[in-house]
Structure formats: structure tokens, C-alpha cells
Design a protein. Sequence first.
Length: 406
Amino acid sequence: SAAVAQSSDHLVAELLPRDDPRDRKKAVTLGKRFLGQMDELVTLLKKCEPHFIRCIKPNDAKVPQDFNSFKVQEQIRCAGVLEVCRIRRVGFPYRFPFAKFFRKYRLVVSTLKGDGYLPSAGELSDCDELIRVLDDDTGVLRGGVDGNYTLGHTKVFLRVAGYDTMERALEQALLGSIVHIQGWVRGLRSVWRYRQMRHALAELDSAMDGRVSETISKALKRVQAVVFNRGSHTAQVKAAKKLLEQLAAERKYLRALQEASSKRLLKELERLLEEVGQAVPAMRETHPKVLEDAELLVQGLREEPGIIAALKAGVDGRDRQALIKALADADRIELPSSNLLVTARQIVDELDGRKSLLRNMTEAIEAGEYATVEALLAKHRKMAIVGVVPPDEERVLKRANRFISG
């Protein structure tokens, strides 16, 4: 770039910008580097509250549990600790801008400006009034240079005693606020738990109305999760547990009644019905149809021997009226199918068929229908006749034979 700038051609010399010696970066000296590090250190120290630690030798023998008061006092005096303490007590080591002071200690007097008030910098009256109110309450802070604080143009200056007093007052205010917040949070939690409890109890009542064990158990678990002491003291929980026991007993008796009914066990059904009346009387309302069917079955089983005897007598005597009555009773008690029932129905059908045949035969004789009478007689001969032929039937047959012969 220097060679181009020294060219005799004006156009070439102006192609590149000329170097400005003032723009060249100056070399950093050791002193400037040290000064920069000191500035950084001072800035860091201003952001924190430094504490100085002095190591004190308690005795010359270097043994534990041996404290030499004279030697320790001499070390403290030589290290300047006592002088530093005296200076701190005499001066104002704690300094706060007005805005920062008010924001930090406004909780001490929460009614001063109201919640949410943030003063701007330079509001001297707010800080002065805050300290005055605190002075009235505690009697510890005393204004002026000889007191525990003083007010400058932009800052509040506090002695150690004044600062400690303010910190204790702030701690008490914060403690009161914490207690208030805790009470508010506990109240919210109590309201939330109460709403959860009411909702869970309402679900439990609805589940109990449905009388479904699984639904009741789920609702009961939700109640026990949100109600104190698992809700054992509440009437709903007690009723739900009792209902679950009742439903379990009902399921047990329903299964037993179903099994005994399918096997038609009279003694077992009588025992179960008696136990249901004593242990689960509510089944009369919840499962009336099941119990009514079981009682009807018991009644039928008690009548069954007599009905079977009537069927046998009707079959043996071929008594149509007795058989019809016995078959009706058998249908009423739902007597299981058997050879006896089949035979009884066959006999009734046979007797009805013979009665119809005799009626048709009588009508044919009166009408003089020779061929019809002859055909009906042939059909009658094919019928199996068991026992003695009834007199009415015998008279019709004799009349038909005379009609054919004559």
C-alpha cells in the first residue's frame, strides 16, 4: 500500500486509502494493564460486601482447648481490629440510596404508601417518614449526627446499631408476611381440598345409586385420597363400604341360587332363601324377580312328587281328564321332560283321536254313509287299544258293525 501511495500517477496513488498514524494501535504498557486490573477489582468490590478475616493464635504451645486471653488481646490490638470496630461504631458504614433504602425497608411500615408503591430516586421525604415511623414504634433510632442514622443529599447513612435495628425490624416484617402468605396458601389448599372432597363424595353418591361394585370401589378410592383420615368418619364412606359388602353377598347368593335352580335342589333352595332373608333382606327390593322365581321353583318342587304320581295314575288308568290336569300342573311347575310326560301326552292325543273318530263314525251312520263307516272301522282296528274299552266306545262300535252287516 505504501508503494502505491508513492506512485507518480495521481490516479494510482489515490486507489488505496493512506495510513493514518493516529489510527495505529498503541502498545499496552505494564502500568496500563495494572490500572485496568485495579479498576476491575474496585468494581467487583463495590458490588459486594467484603468481610475481613483475622487469624488469631490462641497460645504459643499450639495445643487445643488452651486460650491465652492476654496474647489474643495483644494480637487483636496489633492487627487493628479494635480500632476498626471503634471506627465502624463511630461512623456510618452502611449507606443506601433513597430509592434502594425505601424499597428494602418499606415492609417495616406496610401502611405507609400502600402495597406496590415504588418511590423514585431522590424522594427524601419517604425515607425520612419511614425512619420516623420506625423511631416512634421502637424508640431505638435517633436522628441526627449523634444518632443511629443521618440523611444526606442522595443517600441514607446508618450506624451499625441503626442497621442492626432496621434488619431486625425487616426480619419481623418478613416473618409476619410469611405467616400471612402461609395462612393464605393453607386457606387456598383447604378450599381446593374441600371442593375435591365434595366432588368425590358426589361421585360416590352417584356410584352408590348405580349399585355397581367396580364403580363404587373407584369412587371410594378417590374419596379416601382427598378426605382426612381416608374418610372413615364420613357417613358416605361407611355406607359405601356397607353397600360393597352387601353387593358381594348378593353376588354370592345369586350364583348359589342359579346353580341350585339349574339342578332343582329343593333343600338347597330352601336353605338359601332362608339365609337371604336373614343376611341380605335388601335383595327383596334389588332382585325381586330372582327370589320370586326361586320361591316358585321351591313350591313346584314340593308339588312335583304329587304331580308325578297323578301322571302315573292317569297313564295307568288312561284317564283323559286326570292326565290333562296333571299335564297342566307339570307345565305350571316346569317339570323337566321325561318318558312319563311323553307317554301321558301320547295317551291324551290317542284318546282325543279315538273320540274324534267315534264322533265322525256316529255322524256317518246317521248319514247312511256306508263307505265312510267302513273306513273308520278299519282305522279304529289299527289303533292300539290298551285296557278295557269304555262303554260309550263299545256301543258306537256295535252300532257301526250292525250298520255294515245290515
